[in-house]
Design a protein around this ligand. Structure first.
Ligand code: BGC
Length: 901
């Protein structure tokens, strides 16, 4: 048979085509979404293929099927880029849906790949003028300065024909859930999340085509205080942070099959079709993020979001002003329930209380199935730990963390989960449960931003695996729309220092590109005109820090976090968008330091939570806070110089490189003594000086040796707080003290990473000793069991224990440099890089160290194994074997003065 000639294609297929950060693909907030794709080999052996050119094809998807589609192609672009490639086609319009495909060439092959599978993307409302909706909320009187009972809103409307496509663009002042004709829209939790609301309020676009029908329809919404006006903040917090009234902002756009468009928006008074919004109280009698929710099922309003419901007794609504230019499309995934956990046991405490143990500390809430009489009241009180066998709620400070459900008395049973609160907990005390409480009646719903998991680590030491698992759980618990410090007490703020140190770990474990880019936009808008970065973002007033003061480590997030996103995701756009913010920070510190180049002034948290600091003085660290500040100044100035270089800002690159060199010199002058020791002879001081490359030889070598000595003197116990915790092991390995770094990692005495594990931790703690060795909770005022900062060592574990590190932005080059520690027989790390999956796995076998490396197509790796010169390899699977020289463990250290008794 003679068919048409089959074109000879390279053995490569383009997959994973995505726009911007991948999700959401509906309601994109830009007319020029950047595109990324992955080239994968189709056969077992990867070809020597490396993209040198590509073409993008864009086809409009008409709303009404059958209309002639518009098509556009970029032609061959000559570009080898495949990560966040600039949009090659004309600007998209609002609400435009297109199908995108790409194909690519390699220099070694005459033919392109086949066209990729199409990606469909659709823009949302891109221009302020697209918004006709205004915020509306109930028109009843409400007292400011207190909690409020959530409201229900509803409106009916008529569709004069069959529906082709319907989109709901929605957000709120407060938190909301929307229903259409009795069906909940989407599965988002605590929408619209939390941003710096005055400047940026995110909205999302939902496809509600399937929810609607010709004829009568209804929209309904639940609306609660949330971050907008609910009590929030430390020391009791404040109400009304953004306003005194909650409101829904919704715009439903329905394209009918006959080409007509019907738009239903939130508005006060009667709409063009005569329809009005109405408001009433529903069954939620109280809802607070910190305190919990109360739901009286006897007050349920069945059918309120269906047409035909009688709302004649409902109140009217009021409209409010909001500049639509401040409405922005979400850039990352929403908060969702990502898994459910059943209790591992139901305990009866010494006092006789019933307590559920979920076996895992987490952020979320509990769903119950219960049967009983109308008016029975079930109360759920949450906590992270038990003390003396009872629920220990002291660490929650002023968060009541209590949910209450009042039964309607349905003989078939009732199911309930709170809507507008969440808690950090492992244990739940249940009171008032009618009948017998079984493990099958309750389930913990784990809530966090639904990011894509991209990084894994495992090794032959189960304790390290548990530590790593704890790091992942603390990340999950605190990547809840905002990168928070903790999920349980009355805090849960976007502390800038915490995510500054944890950023690289986060970027390995999950795809946080969109999530953190969005948060950084808030950092920029919250920055004061002089460049001061608030201690937490979104900024909320607190007596003790209003206006905020500039502080090192925390404020440096403005420079260091965009650099992490560039290093890990190849995102140059975020560098450009954050450039002014990053510069403003370094310029401010330059002014504060003055000609001495030493930042020796102001409020500094320094090496926060040094384990030697007394419980009530967390900033009283061994390392001088101004040494920390100057070291960070040098590091941020140098990082900014690099960012300027990437952006082609040559004059700035030279200026900040000069500044960094001057600060480095000043650091040596001020903080290095004649004998080579630092002015603070403490782990964090050396960690900063070495990891930030602030010393020349021979001082560098002396400092490395001194750091190793200090660790040994400390009995291999860690002696850093937040400012050194992510750096100390790097400082050791960079100066040749691999075994000491590994001894720090595997120490189990207090303080250490594995002390927490040995005490049964299932998340990483705020304090090295949040739980004391005698099983009591640390008496310090702040004692969380779910903070991620101390878990930031995981980045070093991935890069150095397993040996998988980025060597060029977006992992376009890899550095494979495992340094197997004594006692481990195997370790591996895997990461979904923007170019595809990369992994390193090593095993000790019969005197050999066998290392398996997988390199994605288009990527090269430098493989640097102990005892042999580094080599370069290309895509594919590679196996190496070198003689296994097990490094000697450093001798057992002296017992630490800090070991709890
Ligand atoms: C938070 C931290 C934060 C610190 C700074 C604490 O209350 O939980 O993690 O960085 O305050 O003061």
């Amino acid at each position: 048979m003679n068919g048409p000639p089959v074109p000879h294609r390279p053995d490569v297929t383009l997959t994973d085509l995505r726009a911007e950060h991948g999700r959401p693909a509906l309601g994109l907030g830009t007319a020029r979404p950047r595109l990324s794709w992955i080239a994968r080999p189709t056969g077992a052996t990867p070809p020597a293929w490396r993209q040198t050119d590509h073409e993008v094809r864009v086809t409009a998807v008409p709303v009404v099927p059958g209309a002639a589609p518009r098509a556009w192609t970029s032609g061959r672009t000559g570009s080898g880029d495949s990560v966040l490639v600039p949009w090659p086609a004309p600007d998209l319009a609002s609400r435009e849906r297109v199908r995108v495909q790409v194909r690519a060439w390699s220099a070694d092959h005459p033919d392109p790949t086949a066209w990729s599978a199409p990606l469909e993307v659709e823009t949302g409302l891109l221009h302020p003028g697209d918004w006709a909706a205004v915020p509306v909320g109930p028109d009843w009187e409400e007292e400011p300065g207190t909690d409020h009972r959530p409201a229900l809103l509803r409106r009916e409307f008529h569709l004069p024909g069959p529906v082709a496509r319907a989109r709901l663009h929605v957000t709120a002042h407060g938190v909301h859930e929307v229903e259409v004709n009795g069906t909940r829209v989407g599965d988002e939790v605590l929408a619209p999340g939390w941003t710096s609301y005055h400047h940026r309020l995110r909205h999302r676009t939902h496809d509600v085509t399937a929810h609607l029908r010709e004829g009568a329809n209804a929209l309904g919404a639940w609306l609660a205080d949330g971050w907008y006006r609910g009590r929030y903040g430390t020391h009791g917090g404040n109400h009304d942070l953004y306003g005194t009234r909650t409101a829904l902002i919704a715009q439903l756009e329905v394209d009918l099959a006959d080409g007509r468009r019907v738009v239903v928006t939130t508005h006060p008074g009667a709409g063009a079709d005569g329809g009005t919004w109405r408001a009433a109280h529903g069954p939620i009698t109280a809802a607070s993020l910190y305190d919990g929710e109360e739901f009286d099922a006897r007050l349920a309003v069945p059918g309120f979001s269906r047409p035909g419901f009688d709302d004649s007794a409902w109140a009217g609504v009021r409209g409010y002003e909001r500049d639509p230019a401040t409405l922005v499309a979400a850039q990352g995934p929403p908060v969702r329930c990502t898994r459910e956990l059943r209790p591992v046991s139901v305990l009866t405490t010494p006092s006789g209380a019933t307590v559920l143990d979920f076996g895992q500390n987490l952020a979320g809430r509990v769903r119950i199935r219960v049967r009983g009489n109308a008016g029975d009241r079930v109360r759920l009180r949450h906590a992270e730990v038990l003390q003396d066998g009872e629920l220990c709620t002291r660490p929650l400070q002023r968060a009541r963390a209590t949910d209450t459900y009042v039964l309607a008395g349905d003989p078939a049973g009732e199911e309930w989960e709170p809507r507008f609160t969440m808690h950090g907990f492992r244990y739940v005390e249940v009171t008032g449960w009618p009948g017998r409480l079984g493990e099958e009646d309750v389930v913990a719903r784990v809530l966090h931003s639904d990011l894509e998991r991209t990084g894994w680590f495992t090794c032959s030491d189960e304790r390290l695996n548990r530590l790593h698992e704890n790091v992942v759980w603390s990340m999950r618990s605190n990547f809840v729309d905002v990168p928070t410090d903790c999920p349980q007490r009355d805090e849960r703020l976007g502390w800038t220092g915490d995510v500054q140190v944890f950023g690289p770990t986060a970027a390995f474990l999950y795809d946080v590109g969109g999530f953190l880019a969005s948060w950084l936009a808030d950092v920029a808008v919250e920055q004061l005109p002089d460049g001061t970065v608030p201690w937490y973002v979104p900024m909320i007033p607190a007596e003790f820090w209003d206006p905020p003061q500039p502080g090192a480590v925390w404020g440096d997030v403005a420079v260091l976090l965009p650099a992490v996103l560039h290093e890990r995701f190849g995102d140059t756009g975020v560098l450009r968008r954050q450039y002014a913010s990053a510069r403003a920070w370094v310029d401010l510190v330059e002014r504060l330091a003055g000609p001495s180049r030493l930042w020796n002034t102001g409020v500094q948290l320094g090496d926060w939570l040094d384990p030697a600091a007394p419980p009530e003085e967390p900033a009283a660290a061994r390392t001088d806070k101004y040494l920390v500040a100057t070291a960070y100044f040098a590091h941020s100035a140098r990082t900014l110089a690099r960012i300027a270089g990437v952006l082609g800002e040559e004059a700035d690159a030279a200026r900040y490189a000069r500044l960094a060199a001057e600060v480095r010199e000043a650091f040596t002058r001020e903080h290095v003594r004649a004998d080579g020791r630092l002015s603070s002879d403490a782990q964090t001081a050396y960690a900063l000086a070495l990891a930030f490359d602030l010393l020349d030889e021979p001082r560098r070598e002396t400092a490395g040796r001194r750091l190793a000595e200090l660790v040994a003197q400390d009995g291999n116990r860690v002696a850093t707080g937040f400012a050194g915790v992510n750096l100390v092991t790097d400082a050791l390995t960079r100066t040749g003290h691999d075994a000491t770094a590994f001894a720090l990692l595997t120490e189990t005495g207090c303080p250490s990473w594995l002390y927490q594990v040995s005490m049964g931790a299932t998340t990483t703690w705020e304090r090295w000793d949040s739980l004391l060795a005698d099983g009591t909770v640390n008496p310090g005022h702040m004692t969380s069991f779910n903070h991620y900062a101390l878990g930031s060592i995981a980045d070093w574990v991935h890069r150095t224990v397993a040996g998988l590190a980025p060597a060029a932005p977006g992992y376009r080059r890899l550095l494979v440099r495992p340094r197997p520690g004594a006692g481990l027989t195997a370790a591996s790390a895997r990461h979904e890089t923007p170019y595809g999956p990369a992994s390193v796995a090593w095993n000790r076998r019969d005197g050999e160290l066998v290392v398996d490396v997988d390199v994605p197509l288009g990527v090269t790796a430098t493989v640097d194994l102990p005892g042999r010169p580094a080599t370069e390899v290309g895509a594919g699977h590679h196996r190496f074997a070198v003689p296994d020289a097990v490094p000697a463990l450093p001798g057992p250290g002296a017992p630490s003065a800090l070991q709890p008794t």
